[in-house]
Design a binder for this molecule. Structure first.
Ligand code: ATP
Ligand code: MG
Length: 352
């Protein structure tokens, strides 16, 4: 991921709810980076519940085609989910991950330190495998001797474990501490979690990597005690890598450590594409009020740019966001402020 592009084409998929308010804010923040990002071009693309109600499909084929053939990356907002099951509707974000083979969900969780230059109390990245584990959704039920029996298949493959492991080592290698914790439960699930653990452990000795990750220190933690430690001493963690289900739980738990959902970014990454996505949902309770916190989306844009190798631009966005949080005078209501989305965006733009 090096920044060799002469222009950067970014797909924008605001989708539903506050996604329509925060993704345009992220776009303006990217535009304000000037020469750090050569000629960003934006293309608006439909997807989501509203698209489904209008057209009968949640993820139009054209959206996928344009992302694949024209875009280097994308920013996704949030989707409303119908309160009951609707025939023919399925989440476009899940479909997009599949279509673009975005096998990693990367979620940094960082608290903002009060003093500039002071070490943040929480500064970690959760790397979640995004394609298998229990999320292959192979469930069956039968009636047995003791009544109904339900089963779910949990799939762990060497290929998926190796590529997520590699992504996690890359991230750890790029950080000052260079420390990776493998999350599993192989004391109970020795075959599936055992394969995950062994495969990730084996990544640094892959011949083609030529010792690239030799400096990364490796630790392991059972998922239950990892959650406990996350709350007791989050500073022990740097990069954490986990199979899909544990990663899902750990990343939400880690998010709780730093407060509002409106602050937490993520990217969905594959070998050929990266898509930024704020962790929060469509927030129907505040939709259309102009008070959604745009900082998670701006941070998601930073993360996406960092993944593509635009380190300067990414750092500038992160620093501007941190400065606005630290200053504490222009914040949306989720952070106990009284400012609007637009005012917070303007504070960030001013810093840039
Ligand atoms: P969805 O079904 O789309 O996930 P949800 O009801 O679960 O929606 P979330 O979007 O996950 O809602 O948000 C949970 C709570 O956090 C809501 O009260 C919401 O208003 C708040 N929240 C989430 N994101 C933001 C944001 N960017 N700014 C302010 N508040 C937010
Ligand atoms: Mg939600």
């Amino acid at each position: 991921s090096t920044a060799a592009r002469s222009s950067l084409k970014i797909g924008l998929i605001p989708a539903d709810g506050i996604g329509k308010e925060v993704i345009p804010a992220a776009r303006q923040a990217i535009e304000a980076l000037g020469s750090d990002i050569p000629k960003p071009e934006f293309v608006d693309l439909p997807a989501g519940w509203e698209t489904f109600t209008k057209t009968g499909v949640a993820l139009p084929q054209e959206t996928v085609d344009i992302l694949r053939s024209d875009c280097d990356c994308a920013l996704f907002g949030s989707v409303s989910s119908p309160s009951r099951k609707v025939v023919g509707y399925s989440s476009p974000i899940v479909a997009l991950r599949k279509e673009l083979d975005l096998y990693a969900n990367i979620r940094p969780v960082t608290s903002v330190s009060l003093q500039v230059g002071e070490k943040p109390a929480v500064d970690l990245i959760v790397v979640r495998e995004n394609t298998e584990c229990l999320y292959v959704k192979q469930e069956t039920s039968t009636v047995g001797e003791h009544g109904k029996e339900a089963r779910a298949t949990r799939l762990i493959t060497e290929r998926a474990s190796r590529r997520i492991g590699r992504m996690a080592f890359e991230l750890a290698q790029a950080r000052p501490r260079k420390h990776l914790t493998i999350i599993h439960k192989s004391n109970v699930l020795s075959i599936t979690d055992g394969l995950f653990r062994e495969t990730v452990r084996g990544v640094p000795s892959l011949p083609e990597l030529d010792g690239k990750f030799n400096e990364v220190t490796i630790a392991e933690q059972l998922v239950d005690s990892a959650v406990y430690r996350l709350f007791r001493e989050p500073e022990v963690f740097d990069v954490m890598v986990a199979p899909n289900l544990y990663g899902d739980i750990i990343s939400d738990a880690a998010a709780a450590l730093v407060g509002s959902l409106g602050l937490i970014p993520s990217v969905n990454a594959g070998d050929n594409f990266v898509m930024g996505e704020p962790v929060h949902g469509s927030a129907p309770d505040i939709e259309g009020k102009g008070i959604a916190n745009p900082l998670a989306s701006i941070r998601s844009a930073a993360l996406m740019l960092r993944h593509l190798g635009y380190t300067n631009g990414a750092n500038r966005l992160d620093e501007a966001v941190d400065a606005v949080i630290r200053e504490g005078t222009t914040l949306t209501p989720d952070l106990k402020g009284t400012s609007s989305t637009q005012e917070v965006l303007e504070a960030v733009l001013k810093r840039l």
